[in-house]
Design a protein around this ligand. Sequence first.
Ligand code: ADP
Length: 497
Amino acid sequence: MRDTMLTDMNIVKKILYYLNPFNRLGKKQYTIVFPFLLTLLSAFILEFYVIEIVKNPQLVRVPAVIIFLGLIIYFSFHDGLRGGMTATCVTILYYIYLLATRYSTTEKFVVDIETVVALGLLYIILTAVVGGLKQRTDVLIEREANEKKWLQTILQQMPIGVIVTDKNGKVTHTNKQLEQIMGNRIPVGSILGKHKALMPETYNIHVPHPPLAQVLKAGKSIIKQEYLIQRKDGKKRYIQLSASPIFGKNNQIVAASATIIDITQQKELEKRKDDFVNIASHELKTPITSMKLYLGSLENSLKTYKDTKAKKTLRNISHQTDRLQELVSDLLDVSRLQTGKLKFLKENFRLDTLIENTIESLQGTTKHQKIIFSKKQAITIYADKFRIEQVITNLITNAVKYSPPNTDILITLQKEKTKAIVDIKDLGIGIIKEQQKRIFDRLYQVSEPKEKTFPGLGIGLFICKQIIKRHKGTIWVESEKGKGSTFSFSLPLSVKN
Ligand code: ADP
């Protein structure tokens, strides 16, 4: 008994579901049988009603218009153009039947024909509009559903974690890779449709405002930011996160997306590489220092010796040993900078005097280029003198190295509000725009196949940038290929100025 009732309920539910035209949106199901049968049935019922129950066949007019108008609209929406047209055709045939069976006078017959033609035209237009709109809506809904499916498939195939939110931070898309990277911290199923992308505990990142919250609030992108996260299984992972707002037509934020990459392995490799450089440069330092000492005593013993060729060879060995010492010392600096172990001993000193002294000692190393210090003024800064000298030496040495003989190197020092600005200008080979930003990266050297290659490790400018950055200054370059470069840096002035 209960079972029969349940089945009856199910059948009623199914019928109601079938009758509701909104349930068919996007499904592209267009039938003609249902509209044909139901319109025909309505005509029979109406006929039966006016003839057998009301017993006045003339009363059919108004209900015939209202009922069939409703049916045509309903079927156009339920079954598209096909369904609407079927209902319209049956209705017009029924109207013709009414014309033939219910006219009284010839004049009335003519008026009725006009009415039927007008109504027929109206129904056809109505069907075209409603049915056309219904079919267009179906196409759009289907397209949107397909796009969602494509997007979902692409997201799942991507090797990186993705999280997309709406403008309020509710997660709309994500993928399995995100769960793999973050561990159980972000189970995909549990964050979809929720506002968890805005909570720091979702990521276990020790920041008050998680990246997606920042992006939605400020409307600015976050590019390749690195975080150390702790997964729920206790494992620590390094992740690299980029996030950006998505703008709608009116330039308003409509959503935000973030991509997450697991860079733990890369970080471990980098650390091993840094450790190796650190150990190797420490190990190399000791024998080089001994070599320098032995070379010094050998030079002393050869002072009275007449063999000039031997003396020249010894000088060359000594020069190359100096170069080796510089390289090892640069490598050590890089390693200390990476591990944060480079300490600065700050003092107040005159920057103009330091530049003058550095030029004096460097001018001796190049006969073909003149290093000119113009526009000098007395400026005191509070910084590590040795490290700032290292920066100036590096920039001047590069200017000499990357310029042809008989060109001048021009150095200027100026005061600008609270900053001292040093420019080192050469007329050398220059650097193309795309490479200007990257030359301050570690181990970056401009490689041009057609040009002669210059010796170097590509760490000098990296060290300069780190030193200047740690002094709260900035370093930059302006350059044009083939015309020369101007390397500049700024440092905060000392209060003693
Ligand atoms: P390197 O030891 O190779 O000189 P740097 O870090 O000092 O390393 O410089 C990085 C790269 O920047 C160089 O390989 C060179 O291509 C370019 N560069 C640096 N200074 C200049 C300059 N004054 N003119 C042209 N190119 C330069």
